[in-house]
Design a protein around this ligand. Sequence first.
Ligand SMILES: Cc1ncc(COP(=O)(O)O)c(C=O)c1O
Length: 363
Amino acid sequence: MTTPTIELKPSARPTSAGEREAILANPGFGRHFTDHMVTIKWTEGRGWHDGQLVPYAPIPLDPATNVLHYAQEIFEGLKAYRRPDGSVATFRPDQNAKRFQRSAKRLAMPELPVETFIEACDALVGQDKDWVPAHGGEESLYLRPFMIATEVGLGVKPANEYLFLVIASPAGAYFAGGVKPVSIWVSEDRVRAVPGGMGDAKTGGNYAASLLAQAEAATHDCDQVCYLDAVEHQWVEELGGMNLYFVYGDRIVTPTLTGSILEGVTRDSLLTVARDLGYTAEEGRISLDQWQRDSEDGTLTEVFACGTAAVITPVGTVKRSTGAEWKQSGGETGEATARLRQALLDIQRGITEDKHGWMHPLG
Ligand SMILES: Cc1ncc(COP(=O)(O)O)c(C=O)c1O
């Protein structure tokens, strides 16, 4: 089945330059949206059709729309960056497109072709490129592609109609006052995902399931939750929205993908960037007890989290429900963490050579 090209129907009344600049001066995260969105429909028997770029607007939904009841929904998150010459590029959109296909498959949804996913992102960024913040800081334009089941009816079954959309939101620097280590609450009873479940799919239900544990973390004065495996409750998996890395001097280790961990694009990129910088980078299993022991005896020199939002976030404090608590790297940002963060940021912002062909320039 062929896929549609995207018909451009831009807004006759886009945001004024003055208003846009005021938003870009302090965008925050996910609070403001650009002037347009892309929509593509899928219908059983017809496939993908009616690709359009239209003014950003609410989408009317019948109260019995399938997604509102059974959560057949998937999404992605990626960023467009302004480069020193003023041009704009996205980071590894093919990886997000492929993960979107894997998520679709897990949720019994139709798979959007990789090239259509990229074309939709390009169309939106191309139309709204004035919304991409200036080069120089850590600001970017965050893209949120997503797909929902739009069949009307309460039958529990894969829908026969879907809507794919891409919206965009300018994002401020994650750490406004400089990189600050986060505190982690290790949830030893609540789990995020189970073997055979959908932890490796980027679907809203996983995030709904994480909110209670996140609220519990806050009552323990922690910023983020770390989840363990759902069977033995001892193997470290990931945070609610970021993957983890453990630094043993020149060796960095990230938990092996088990099916219940989201395969982060940043996680994957860092395996390569770390090797480029001379580290040994590998996947492996780390238990919570080992984490505590290796931190206390000093062999585990740093721990950091990674994801599209913050690139790399140092872990400063770890708290367990047993009452044990320790400072990681003395609560400071470690050297490897800072080096890897800068190296990846420099690639994304077009400051260093893109030797792996990760940047996708527009136009
Ligand atoms: C649960 C979870 N793990 C890991 C990540 C990091 O993935 P990425 O590096 O692709 O942003 C995210 C963010 O998307 C996430 O939501």
